[in-house]
Write a protein that binds this ligand. Structure first.
Ligand code: ADP
Ligand code: MG
Length: 715
């Protein structure tokens, strides 16, 4: 190791200068983005193994894991026939003179010579019992009993890095800690830590890697806390991650609020909303009214709105979006509404036409829009007068330019990436207001993190006059009964969806047993429901074919729509009251909930059948039970978050952008709220971090914090 190897700050020293690392291991570490000692210290254990208690040979049971303190009697190599050429066997005994045999089928040169007769070792591994014989195969051996890293304590287990044995990793970490721990600076405001009784950073990092050895071996309490990531050291690091994250995201929101927008006139907005409300064939629900009021408030403020409108499928978000657009247009601005599919864009377009007829200059821009029509659209926008353009991503792909785009609305926003949304906003010369909508209810913790930079409105209730959707799990034996129920329903004039996970039958082993939309459509049309007309919708159809099928279903020219999940988003056919979902196990909870939202949209009672192949005696998977129990999208979302983690919710929005290494949005919700409250308080009391106790955090923001903040892709 050369002197120059150490940077001014040991934390910035490349890992290869740690004793025992070298260029080869450094390359391996680099493949895991571990380059400096700092990276290494923040490579936290995945779990822990309690080796604080030493076992006795007589107490060992088959299959258990144990640590034993042993005296070596003898070690010998035995030639073997077959796959392994040699076997190393070590005979040893414990304090009660109980024998055990340790075996290795693969060893390195000279390993057997370490087992000198009479020396003491600690062996850790899984136990095998054959009658009176006990053995361990490939146990972990500690020779130097002075060395305390690997045994006699709670030891850290790291995510495996190819080519670096756990013990080596532990040693490297131990060295790294002794080199750099004193250089770690406290960055968080000390009063906040004190308030929650959290330890300082150096202490936390040390303990999270090497939980303290408590004299007398009584570590029961500590042991569980570490296993559950609930030790003070863990809590401190979790709090820190949330604190930094919330600071980045909340200060971004504050900055956005400083940007100049173009406020609407509040009195005029009220008047025009009132007029448009009168023209609606229904009155708004309380949730819709509140959302509209919040949006109205935003539109009249001097900086751009950035609001997320959450509401279950069928909650009536579209009406709120239309009214907002009309309000903006009445004051001379243009508006754009982007939907993820052509079906949806067309549906929005037709709904608006139906509601407001020719009063509103509304245009549709989708993939198949003709060049002539595109020219007409551009001419309309060029006049600079009010206009609403509804479309798909064609809106951003087309060179169409707005003159004074005042409001951007994004429907089913999780279907779009951050960049796509920004592109649409950039079509405007002025800074437009933005309203993003989602029908995927987002658990509170996620809303606070992934969407922490947005204001949030929630429409919880659904429009009145809807009957609840019954959801039932259908086992093979109940299949016939289900068909009877559906036939009855279709005979009374209603319509049905049949949803399949695949388009076509698949030969692939893991898909072979699955029914597909294409073959099921045939069977349903010819054998099961010959008296009704069956339509087929899936992602391999062209956009115009899809639109044609949907149109026929909407007009009740086909009674049964067989489909894959393309029907998931936003489709509105109030006369459809039945949904059969085949192989519901294949879908996520939120997806099932979205699918189910296609029914229960009119005044008729609706039923969703989750048709499983599992026979009666196999219990219902927990997830499907949740579906049968509740229609509350937020409850389902919470369950989904717990079962599958946050990735599923974020979609293309900042996938992988949640930067948590140790914090979990499910397990550590409380800490998220605490950190958020603390950050808000500091942002209010000392926004430029002038107070001495906040200065270390300011220093962080000016160094590594800058990069971390830039990496968060939001809005
Ligand atoms: P979302 O986009 O939230 O899934 P939509 O806006 O498509 O829901 O609304 C679903 C249906 O409910 C539409 O047919 C719409 O016309 C109707 N609707 C919306 N708001 C109300 C209301 N307040 N009362 C009655 N019907 C409503
Ligand atoms: Mg919708």
């Amino acid at each position: 190791m050369t002197k120059k190897a150490f940077q001014d700050n040991p934390l910035d020293t490349p890992v290869q200068f740690i004793k025992g690392v070298g260029p080869r291991l450094a390359t391996v570490f680099a493949s895991r983005d571990i380059r400096t000692i700092r990276d290494l210290l923040y490579f936290f254990p995945r779990k822990y193994e309690d080796r604080s208690k030493l076992a006795l040979v007589k107490d060992l049971v088959e299959g258990s894991s144990a640590s034993l303190k042993l005296t070596v009697h003898q070690a010998y190599m035995r030639p073997l026939r077959g796959r392994f050429s040699k076997l190393l066997e070590v005979k040893a005994f414990d304090q009660d003179k109980q024998w055990i045999s340790l075996k290795w089928f693969r060893t390195y040169k000279g390993f057997e010579q370490k087992f000198e007769p009479g020396i003491k070792i600690i062996a850790t591994g899984a136990v095998k019992v054959f009658g009176s014989i006990r053995e361990m195969v490939h146990p972990d051996i500690q020779f130097d009993l002075e060395e305390e890293l690997h045994v006699g304590r709670i030891v850290p287990i790291y995510t495996e890095i190819d080519g670096i044995p756990t013990k080596t990793l532990r040693k490297i970490l131990d060295t790294a800690l002794s080199l750099a721990l004193p250089s770690i600076k406290e960055e968080l405001p000390v009063p906040a830590l004190r308030k929650h009784g959290l330890p300082g950073i150096a202490h936390a990092i040390r303990e999270v890697h090497f939980p303290p050895v408590i004299p007398g071996g009584q570590t029961t309490q500590g042991e569980e806390a570490f296993a559950d990531f609930k030790s003070p050291a863990h809590q401190r690091l979790i709090y820190e991650e949330f604190f930094k994250f919330e600071w980045h995201i909340l200060s971004k929101r504050l900055n956005l609020e400083k940007e100049k927008g173009h406020p609407l006139d509040s009195a005029r907005l009220k008047a025009s909303l009132q007029a448009h409300l009168k023209a609606l064939p229904f009155t708004l629900t309380r949730g819709q009214t509140e959302a509209l009021e919040a949006i109205g408030g935003d539109l009249c403020r001097p900086h751009p709105m950035n609001r997320l409108l959450q509401g279950d499928v069928g909650a009536g978000k579209t009406a709120v979006a239309f009214l907002s657009a009309l309000g903006v247009m009445d004051q001379g601005f243009q508006a754009a509404l982007m939907a993820p599919t052509e079906i949806l864009a067309e549906q929005h377009y037709m709904n608006l036409k139906r509601l407001y007829g020719e009063q509103v200059p509304v245009k549709l821009l989708v993939g198949k829009t003709t060049t002539t029509e595109r020219r007409v659209i551009q001419e309309l926008l060029d006049t600079g007068g009010a206009a609403l353009l509804i479309g798909t991503h064609a809106l951003i792909e087309d060179p169409v330019k707005f003159r004074n785009l005042g409001l951007v609305i994004i429907d089913e926003q999780h279907r779009f990436g951050v960049d796509q949304r920004r592109k649409l906003r950039e079509k405007s010369v002025i800074q437009p207001h933005t309203l993003v909508m989602t029908a995927t209810p987002i658990p509170r913790t996620l809303a606070l993190t992934a969407y922490g930079d947005l204001e949030v409105s929630v429409i919880r209730e659904r429009p009145p006059g809807r009957t609840p959707i019954k959801t039932r799990l259908i086992r093979p034996a109940e299949h016939r009964k289900m068909i009877e129920v559906i036939t009855h329903e279709l005979n009374s004039g209603r319509q049905a969806y049949f949803i399949f996970p695949l388009v076509n039958d698949s030969e692939e082993e893991s898909f072979k047993h699955l029914k597909s939309a294409v073959s099921a459509a045939e069977t349903l049309a010819n054998e099961v429901f010959p008296q009704f007309r069956v339509g087929l919708l899936h992602g391999q159809l062209s956009p115009s074919e899809k639109a044609a099928v949907m149109e026929r279903f909407r007009k009740n020219e086909v009674q049964i729509l067989v489909s894959t999940t393309v029907v998931e988003v936003g489709v509105d056919v109030p006369n459809a009251t039945i949904m059969v979902i085949e192989h519901p196990e294949r879908f996520g909870l939120s997806q099932l909930h979205q699918l189910r939202g296609r029914i229960g949209r009119g005044q008729y009672a609706s039923t969703c059948f989750l048709k499983t192949d599992r026979p009666e005696h196999i219990p219902t998977p927990e997830r499907l039970e949740v579906m049968c129990e509740t229609e509350d999208g937020f409850r389902i979302a919470e369950a989904d978050l717990e079962l599958r983690g946050p990735g599923e919710f974020l979609g293309t929005r900042q996938s992988g952008a949640l930067p948590f290494k140790i914090a979990s949005l499910v397990r550590d919700q409380d800490w998220l709220i605490k950190a958020r409250d603390d950050v808000m308080q500091i942002l209010k009391a000392d926004p430029s971090l002038k107070h001495p106790e906040n200065r270390p955090f300011k220093a962080y923001l000016e160094t590594s914090g800058k990069l971390e903040s830039a990496h968060l892709k939001t809005s």
